[in-house]
Design a binder for this molecule. Sequence first.
Ligand SMILES: NC(=O)c1ccc[n+]([C@@H]2O[C@H](COP(=O)([O-])OP(=O)(O)OC[C@H]3O[C@@H](n4cnc5c(N)ncnc54)[C@H](O)[C@@H]3O)[C@@H](O)[C@H]2O)c1
Length: 388
Amino acid sequence: MKIAVPKERRAREARVAVSPETVKKLVGMGASVTIEAGAGASTLDAALEAAGATITADIGAALGAADAVLKVQRPSAEEIARIKPGAMLCCIMAPHADPETLKTAAAAGLTVFGMEFIPRITRAQSMDVLSSQANLAGYRAVIEAAAHYTRSFPMFMTAAGTVQAARCFVLGAGVAGLQAIATARRLGAVVSATDVRKAAGEQVESLGAKFVFIDLPEGEAAGGYARALTLEEQAKQAALVSQHIKTQDIVITTALVPGRPAPKLITRAMVESMKPGSVIVDLAAEAGGNCELTKADEIVKHANVSILGFTDLPSRIAVDASALYARNLLNFLQPLVDKETKSLKPNWDDEIVKGTLLARDGKIVHPALAQLAGDEPTIVPARRSSAS
Ligand SMILES: NC(=O)c1ccc[n+]([C@@H]2O[C@H](COP(=O)([O-])OP(=O)(O)OC[C@H]3O[C@@H](n4cnc5c(N)ncnc54)[C@H](O)[C@@H]3O)[C@@H](O)[C@H]2O)c1
């Protein structure tokens, strides 16, 4: 079983799909692993080599021979052309943002697994790249906020006077939001949070933050995700947010609703009501942003408020994000390997395999991508592809 790992080539992508730990395990499973030199932010070449990988300056031959190609981001058309038909490709495909790449990979005969499609079932928790990357993104969002905030997060009582603690408001208390709350608390901020799912309240309070919310009959939809609010509910939520935000210094927004663009929770007028020097970090930037003024991958300054629309937060903590992503990938691959022949033999009827398989034998096969396959309308999820 031959595995190839090319260096990531997309802008702002510093992660890599393997770690020394996972290379060692893959080699132990009978794989030969070839990695392009310099893959990953801090060069891990020596550690990856010590773990049993072959490091090469030219990944072309390895791509052509590989049974499996492991990546973080979807490959370029040039990369796809170099991979042999029938090989397995595992990466974050983001087919809704870029349908052409999946179509090209399918036409090239690749067996494509989209890691962001891992079903959120208990058995697949250790493979869940959305959670592992959202967790780190939530942490990093607070670190970015602190770096752009020209005041202090904790309270200081000094002989020269008292410095007030920052007030931090987190909108959306899912995986990223809960980690943002925990991080802001650790830095000493006074933290509050909101969500449309009432169940999130207990988790918010268990982290020492205040839960502010509008009472919704059923804020939670299938699979534990939020549902879209009615216009009346949106107006109630806007009234709550506009009152609360005036007193806040740091705002971290993470709100997403599957199948829709990110809900707009912070208007221009709300930004203008905030204190000068306040910072908003919008983790929903890639799905259109929770703030009306967010621009993806830019820092917008408006009325003395900084609005950070970074879409590469996990990549800004690349070594740990890579380590977790690599472990997710290893946990996904392990059950696909036949222990006797030490070759890849997926059980095509397995729920996780079926849920993650996007293309096989020249066709796009995932039910949610029927439109790309030329059948039915596609459901467009608003997800952080970072995992992206
Ligand atoms: N393996 C698993 O079973 C698994 C893994 C991860 C997460 N989950 C659960 O899935 C759920 C969603 O987590 P996620 O982080 O992927 O969510 P997500 O990224 O889809 O959304 C982030 C948060 O935004 C909230 N939100 C949506 N609209 C909002 C609005 N108008 N105002 C305020 N908040 C709004 C959502 O309720 C959610 O908490 C959670 O209950 C989480 O615990 C389960």
